[in-house]
Design a binder for this molecule. Structure first.
Ligand code: A3P
Length: 265
């Protein structure tokens, strides 16, 4: 197991990634002026962040949908906490919180951590320990989702489930558009749905993050963000015993939590 402090630092109780971030900048975000038509995507890592960057780009920008522009998704839907990216702001007072069953999040994270400058481990058992102690970028999954959910009534937060998008992409896309007050023609909706599909997004250099990994992290190998994009991949990695242990901890932490989860297809 590697030393997490060489990859992450804590600010206000939450782990951030070391490279590219500074506390001075994070402090200035307290005064960030939010406009009424701003839109935020909130995710715990590995829950569909870049998928929703693509979805919002497709909904809001004709040239992205029609593939007449080459701008990568991250420049129109940038990360709030990265100073070099937030020049281009398109944020909102509408907040979409994307959540995914935490066993798939953990397995996705385990693979991802091996490729990135992140705390990683050689076995899923050790990674499960880090994940369940919150010693990863994003801190503790339970705190993240419960914390945002507790503030649901204070903000305009819509909770959307990764697995529902997998099961019914078009129906889910209609819900996103309704939430954002956007109406698309049937033809545009067909394009949005097609371009948001895993197989198509994986090949789209504007959306698959291969360039970002190459330019910012020197990673030449492709396909780390769009690895499998399935529901229930955890079954390929967790033993029965690990699964039972995880379930117990999940039930203890999420006892009265009202949102449902989908664990397999
Ligand atoms: P897997 O590692 O299980 O494949 P994030 O963007 O928050 O880092 O999340 C990455 C996860 O979202 C990866 O999961 C990735 O494959 C999945 N993902 C990204 N785009 C997707 C899409 N269009 N359809 C389904 N899953 C997608």
């Amino acid at each position: 197991m590697e030393d997490i402090d060489s990859f992450l630092f804590k600010f206000k109780g939450y782990y951030f990634l070391r490279p590219g971030l500074d506390i001075g900048f994070l402090e200035t975000l307290n005064d960030f002026e939010i406009r009424e038509d701003d839109v935020f995507i909130v995710t715990y890592p590995k829950s569909g962040t870049i998928w929703f960057q693509q979805i919002l780009n497709l909904i809001y920008f004709d040239e992205h949908r029609k593939s007449t522009g080459n701008l990568e998704t991250v420049f129109r839907v940038p990360y709030f906490e990265y100073p070099d990216q937030n020049g281009f702001y398109f944020l909102s007072l509408q907040i979409i919180y994307v959540y995914r069953n935490p066993k798939d999040v953990m397995c996705s994270y385990f693979h991802f951590s091996k490729k990135m400058p992140l705390p990683t481990t050689s076995t899923i058992e050790e990674f499960m320990q880090l994940f369940l102690e919150g010693k990863v970028l994003g801190s503790l999954w339970f705190d993240h989702i419960k914390g945002w959910h507790e503030h649901k009534s204070l903000f305009n937060i819509e909770f959307m489930m990764y697995e529902e998008f997998k099961k019914d992409l078009r129906g889910s896309m209609l819900k996103v558009c309704k939430f954002l007050g956007k109406e698309l023609s049937d033809e545009d909706m067909d394009t949005v749905v097609s371009q948001a599909m895993f197989e198509n997004m994986k090949l789209d250099p504007r959306a698959n993050y291969d360039n970002i990994l190459k330019d910012q992290f020197g990673i030449q190998e492709k396909g780390h963000f769009l690895r499998k994009g399935t529901i229930g991949d955890w079954k390929n990695y967790m033993t029965v015993e690990q699964n039972e242990r995880f379930d117990k901890i999940f039930q203890k932490n999420m006892k009265d939590f009202p949102l449902k989860f989908i664990w397999d297809m």
